[in-house]
Design a protein around this ligand. Structure first.
Ligand SMILES: *Cc1c(COP(=O)(O)O)cnc(C)c1O
Length: 429
């Protein structure tokens, strides 16, 4: 194999949230199998990230591979306007079997951010059809809903630097994020700020959008199911739609198929993405009820006004359907339980390090919050030397390994974190 031109990569290719002035080195990957990432250097890393919540079944999975190659020999893509195909139908049938029965209509989109855009547009069109002007959304601080403009406008204003885009970004309403942790006794006043915002502004609010139970990229916060129950009640009381963004939490990650199940609530609109294709390619979906869909389509536009070029891409649908088949076997349940048990047994001990502010976990999500932010290049190099792939951000070192991770894999991941916590040089002081 030719030597990779890493200078070219550094000088010309943008990676997520990176600088062209002082780019950090990236680690070149040659291939990945199961939960192992093989670097070009020959080093093998145990994956702690599932490539950002996506590769839940691990890499290079035989069933997923054959779903792609079989579909490839039929067609990789045809337009979805006026045409349809078995991969889309099969996928949407499986999806509807998994979600709450009130959700009946599926919009296939290209990425998580687009699924959020679609959800917001659905809510706006819903109220437009009903002859009401409701231009605003209510969401939670520390949320994350994506990087496109509408998604960013409902993402935490500080984390997504709203001030950079002032004048262009619509201004929505932010309630205090939930303070009661998942395992703590419920504090009823936790919902007060949300409730008062809804009381004051409900006539102008099209929908509430939030990440159920786990706020991901905006702070890895894991909150009490009661909060979500109260949100559902208040949305009903004030006649506001509820959008659940399960792009990170969907498909078993929190120990339930969907995080909303922890609170036994059903949203009016549901966004899924990330793990939908088992991490094979980009695909997302926005699902809604018959009532919302029919209201949207009975308005001035007579249809839902969105239609991406690569909508319903057959390759992506085929692999997503195969991924959902793997989920249907139910193996994820014991796997995620075993990971949760391992986290519950081993993460609390990390509290002994002065560096650590908090540890928390739920399902196959483990979070170590430190007092000081990490030095990215240094800690990344540390993890690679330890034979693991963990990518922290800010003051958060977190794990969301593929479901097939064994106790030995998890022990190695946590040991690598423990060793990092013993080295102040890996953190800003
Ligand atoms: C990742 C994420 C998104 C955005 O998905 P992309 O595929 O990166 O556009 C939206 N919402 C949540 C909760 C996410 O975790």
């Amino acid at each position: 194999m030719n030597k990779l031109d890493l200078d070219f990569d550094r000088n010309h290719i943008w990676h997520p949230y990176t600088s062209t002035i002082s780019p950090l080195n990236c680690y070149p990957v040659s291939h990945a199998v199961g939960n192992q990432i093989h670097l070009e250097s020959g080093e093998v890393l145990i994956d702690g990230m599932s490539s950002w919540w996506a590769a839940i079944h691990g890499y290079n999975h035989p069933r997923l591979n054959s779903a792609v190659t079989e579909q490839l020999s039929r067609m990789s893509h045809v337009m979805f306007g006026g045409l349809t195909h078995q991969p889309a139908i099969g996928l949407c049938q499986k999806l509807l079997q998994m979600v709450p029965p009130s959700l009946q209509h599926v919009f296939l989109a290209d990425s998580g951010s687009v699924a959020v855009e679609v959800a917001l547009k659905m809510a706006l069109q819903y109220w437009h059809s009903r002859g009401e002007s409701r231009p605003r959304f209510l969401t939670l601080r520390h949320g994350y809903h994506g990087d496109t403009f509408a998604a960013m406008s409902v993402t935490d204003p500080d984390n997504s630097m709203h001030r950079l885009y002032r004048g262009f970004l619509p201004e929505h309403l932010f309630a205090e994020s939930p303070q009661t942790g998942f395992y703590e006794p419920w504090h009823p006043q936790d919902i007060d700020d949300f409730q008062s915002q809804l009381e004051q502004h409900h006539h102008t609010i099209a929908a509430v959008i939030l990440e159920p139970i786990v706020q991901g990229a905006g702070g890895m916060r894991i909150y009490h199911p009661r909060y979500l129950q109260e949100v559902r009640k208040l949305c009903d009381q004030f006649n506001v739609l509820l959008i659940a963004d399960e792009i990170a939490t969907g498909f078993g990650r929190t120990g339930k198929l969907f995080a909303c199940e922890h609170a036994q609530i059903e949203p009016d609109i549901l966004c899924v993405g990330k793990a939908l294709t088992g991490g094979y390619m980009t695909l997302s979906a926005t699902l809604t009820t018959r009532h919302v869909a029919q209201t949207v389509c009975s308005g001035e536009a007579q249809c839902f006004m969105h239609g991406p070029t690569f909508m319903g891409n057959p390759l992506a649908c085929a692999v997503a359907e195969a991924s959902l088949s793997l989920i249907e076997t139910g193996d994820w349940q014991t796997q995620v339980q075993q990971i949760e048990h391992f986290f519950a047994t081993h993460l609390p001990a990390l509290q002994q390090y002065g560096m650590v502010k908090d540890v928390r976990w739920l399902g196959a999500i483990g979070v170590i919050e430190t007092h000081q932010p990490v030095r990215m290049a240094e800690i990344q190099a540390h993890f690679v030397r330890q034979g693991v792939w963990i990518r922290p951000f800010g003051r958060l070192i977190y794990l969301m390994p593929p479901y097939l991770s064994t106790d030995d894999d998890l022990a190695q991941l946590i040991q690598a974190i423990e060793r990092a916590l013993q080295q102040p040089a890996l953190f800003f002081q």
